[in-house]
Each structure stands twice: as structure tokens, then as C-alpha cells.
Write a protein that binds this ligand. Structure first.
Ligand code: TYD
Length: 212
């Protein structure tokens, strides 16, 4: 595929959505065509699934249902939006992708990794991110940045749950060293953005050298 697929991952309140927007802006200023999106969500069907997933009225949702709904949302998003954009040579930036399922439904809800990997392959048509930024923050700090009153179903989970999610992301980063870039989310927004741009440029240079 011609384009470049970048994902942002991290726990609640880590600031990745802000950073995804800033990177998109930076790349657009460089004349690149960027398609910024997020999960769960995107196209109409995926947005409808998002509502079911995040509603605090759905507390009885089983982990099995949850994982399948995230995947259903992702499948529509990948097939309808992400792959066509990449085929047109765009840079796609997604705020969350399948690593979130490995961290939330895998590490925190204890759904077997092998099972998630196999549904992921099916749901994403085998599409993997080229670069993933993990904006890291201790779970306590992340949760303190969000308001509990307006929190969605996942955000309302316990501190223990979010600690497991964070650990889950680290485990993926260890395995996926080539595409993972870990960023310290405790710095200021500007400092984090600069760091992301620096790491992004380094990575692109490295990839270009490797393919020469
Ligand atoms: P969202 O409002 O997009 O939050 P955030 O700004 O933290 O990305 O809500 C998405 C929620 O869904 C978030 O709590 C993480 C969770 N999630 C999963 O549990 N599994 C997944 O595969 C994805 C994509 C998200």
C-alpha cells in the first residue's frame, strides 16, 4: 500500500488525542495529505457500535461481547475508511487501533491473546500500523485528568484495571519494537509534540535508508 499508517495508543487521559491532532497538523503544514480518525468509531456503522460500547447503561456487557463489538467496529472502519485512504497514498493517523484491544480486552479483561490475534487478522484484513506512538502515563495520573461524572463505561473501570491496561501496552511494545515509539506523557503538550516529531522524522529516515 502506498500510504503510511500511524496509530496512537495509551491509557485514559494520557493526551494521545491531542498529540494525534498536533502531528496531523504538522504533517499537513508540510504539504502531506493526512486522514485523522479514531477508534472505536469512524464511519456510520462504527459510530453506532461505539455508542453501544461506551454507554454506561450497558454495564452488563460480557467481555466476549465487548471484544467482538470492538472488532466489528474496527472491521468496518478499516475496510470502509482506512484501507481506501492508504491506497490513495494518504497518511492515516488513528487514535487507537487493535493494540487497544490487546491491552484492554486482553491484558485487563483477560481474553486470550491468541484468540484476539486471530480475530484481529480477520477484522483488519491483515492491516498493521507502520508506526505506533505509545503515550505513557501512570494510571493514577491519567485517571486524575478525566472527570468521573462524565466518564464512559471503560473510563469508569477501577485503577487496578487501568494499571493492567498500561502494563498490557508495555508488553506489546516489547514484542513490537520495530513499530513502537514510547513517549513520556508527563511532559507539557508542546514538549511531547516536539519529541513525537523528532522520533517520527528519525523513523522515516531509517525506513528510507532500509529500503534504498
Ligand atoms: P474514547 O472516548 O475514544 O477514549 P480515549 O480518548 O481514551 O481514546 O473511548 C474509547 C474507550 O474504549 C477507551 O476507554 C478505550 C476503550 N477501547 C477498548 O477497550 N478496546 C479497543 O479496542 C479500543 C479501540 C478502545
Amino acid at each position: 500500500m502506498k500510504g503510511l499508517f500511524i496509530t496512537f495508543e495509551g491509557i485514559e487521559g494520557c493526551g494521545k488525542s491531542t498529540q494525534a491532532k498536533l502531528l496531523a497538523e504538522y504533517l499537513r503544514n508540510q504539504g502531506k495529505v493526512v486522514f485523522l480518525t479514531r477508534e472505536p468509531g469512524g464511519p456510520k456503522i462504527s459510530e453506532q457500535i461505539r455508542e453501544i460500547l461506551l454507554s454506561t447503561k450497558n454495564n452488563e456487557m460480557l467481555p466476549e461481547t465487548e471484544v467482538l463489538l470492538y472488532m466489528a467496529s474496527r472491521s468496518q472502519h478499516t475496510g470502509e475508511w482506512i484501507i481506501p485512504a492508504l491506497e490513495q497514498g494518504k497518511i492515516v493517523i488513528s487514535d487507537r487501533y487493535y493494540d487497544s484491544t490487546l491491552a484492554y480486552q486482553g491484558a485487563a479483561r483477560r481474553i486470550e491473546r491468541k484468540l484476539i490475534d486471530s480475530i484481529t487478522k480477520f477484522a483488519t484484513f491483515g492491516l498493521k500500523p507502520d508506526i505506533t506512538f505509545l503515550v505513557d502515563l501512570p494510571a493514577e495520573e491519567g485517571l486524575s485528568r478525566i472527570s468521573y461524572k462524565n466518564a464512559d463505561r471503560l473510563e469508569k473501570e477501577s485503577l487496578e484495571f487501568h494499571k493492567k491496561v498500561r502494563k498490557g501496552f508495555f508488553e506489546i511494545a516489547k514484542i513490537e519494537k520495530n513499530r513502537y515509539i514510547i513517549i513520556d506523557g508527563r511532559d507539557s503538550v508542546e514538549k511531547i509534540h516536539k519529541e513525537i516529531v523528532k522520533k517520527f522524522e528519525e523513523k522515516i529516515r531509517k525506513v528510507k535508508n532500509e529500503t534504498k
